[in-house]
Design a protein around this ligand. Structure first.
Ligand code: CIZ
Ligand code: SF4
Length: 321
């Protein structure tokens, strides 16, 4: 509508004026992803967001995603201003893995290599030997498994269980989960598959094992988008945040994408396949990040912590390069 069009124009002008570029996650709302694309920014998974932000020539990054993504950008680019549409956008995995408790867990198992998912605070990353995202976790754990050292894995227990099963690695799990993926229901998925027998099932490994077991393809967001494009099926049932449909539809315009069912529905599900924190990144919030006082949008990471967190993050980026 007219008001949104005006907001979009305003944001475009402000991005230029402020020498800023937008980096958006696949789970943000379609209008945010479209705007990032139109303005020369990027739409990506958390690994690619980190790389794009680091390499961008602009002095200011607008990170449309959740807090750990802004922190990662700041860790990699301390000289840039990293602004978020809202500093309230967090993640249940980050919230469920406080540094004091996680540190105790690590201290209790000093012979273990500490591998943490990118969905964690800068402090948790600083405590880790490796940071991984879901697009590279399997390769990195395979590499560590070959060295034969036991692993502490945090915080997503479903992703951890999936990786342990695939690699045979000895992994001690932190018991965290993503509120979006944790709600997908294998029982309801079975019913849905009966209705769409020719559909391929695409599953993000933050989902419960019972759902992962029913998948035709398991992978990170970028891997699932590639599967949607490359698999010959016409119809796909997708168990990940529905924000991803924007990119799947763009990459495979003739195919049909259906949301995988959640255990609850309407008032009874926490997320209904859309992350409430990703959803905070509306057009207005993006505009506000460019107009309001920096202090209510800017990400800061303590310099000592930043230098520590940079080591396992760079280990991942170098491994994947
Ligand atoms: O669930 C998330 O937050 C994901 C999939 C992040 C990522 O790695 O892109
Ligand atoms: Fe965290 Fe899940 Fe939201 Fe991703 S979708 S930011 S893992 S709560």
């Amino acid at each position: 509508d007219a008001r949104k069009q005006q907001l979009r124009e305003e944001i475009k002008a402000l991005l230029k004026q402020r020498n800023a570029v937008m980096v958006a996650h696949y789970y943000t709302d379609p209008e945010i992803q479209a705007l990032a694309e139109e303005t020369g920014g990027c739409v990506a998974d958390s690994l690619e967001m980190a790389r794009f932000g680091r390499d961008a020539k602009e002095q200011t990054l607008i990170v449309a995603g959740v807090k750990f993504m802004g922190e990662t950008a700041k860790i990699l680019s301390p000289e840039k201003s990293v602004l978020m549409p809202t500093l309230e956008a967090t993640c249940s995995l980050d919230l469920g893995c406080p540094i004091d408790k996680f540190s105790e867990f690590c201290d209790a198992h000093p012979d273990h290599t500490v591998v943490v998912y990118a969905n964690t605070s800068a402090a948790v990353k600083a405590r880790a030997d490796w940071v991984v995202t879901s697009s590279i976790a399997l390769e990195i754990v395979e590499h560590l498994e070959e060295q034969g050292k036991p692993i502490i894995w945090g915080p997503d227990r479903h992703l951890g269980a999936y990786i342990a099963k695939k690699t045979g690695a000895d992994m001690l799990m932190w018991q965290g989960e993503c509120i979006v993926h944790d709600e997908f229901s294998a029982q309801k998925l079975k019913d849905m598959k009966a209705v769409y027998p020719d559909a391929a099932v695409l599953v993000h490994p933050e989902s419960p094992a019972s759902v992962v077991d029913m998948a035709d393809a398991v992978g990170s967001t970028s891997q699932l988008i590639a599967a949607a494009k490359n698999m010959s099926n016409d119809t796909f049932i997708v168990a990940t945040d529905k924000g991803i449909f924007y990119k799947m539809q763009q990459q495979a315009p003739d195919k049909t994408f259906i949301e995988a069912p959640t255990a609850g529905n309407g008032a009874t599900c926490k997320s209904c396949a859309h992350c409430p924190w990703m959803a905070m990144n509306g057009l207005e919030a993006v505009r506000n990040a460019l107009t309001e006082n920096k202090s209510s949008h800017e990400i800061h990471v303590d310099e000592q912590l930043r230098q520590k967190a940079l080591i396992p993050l760079n280990r991942m980026l170098d491994f994947s390069a």
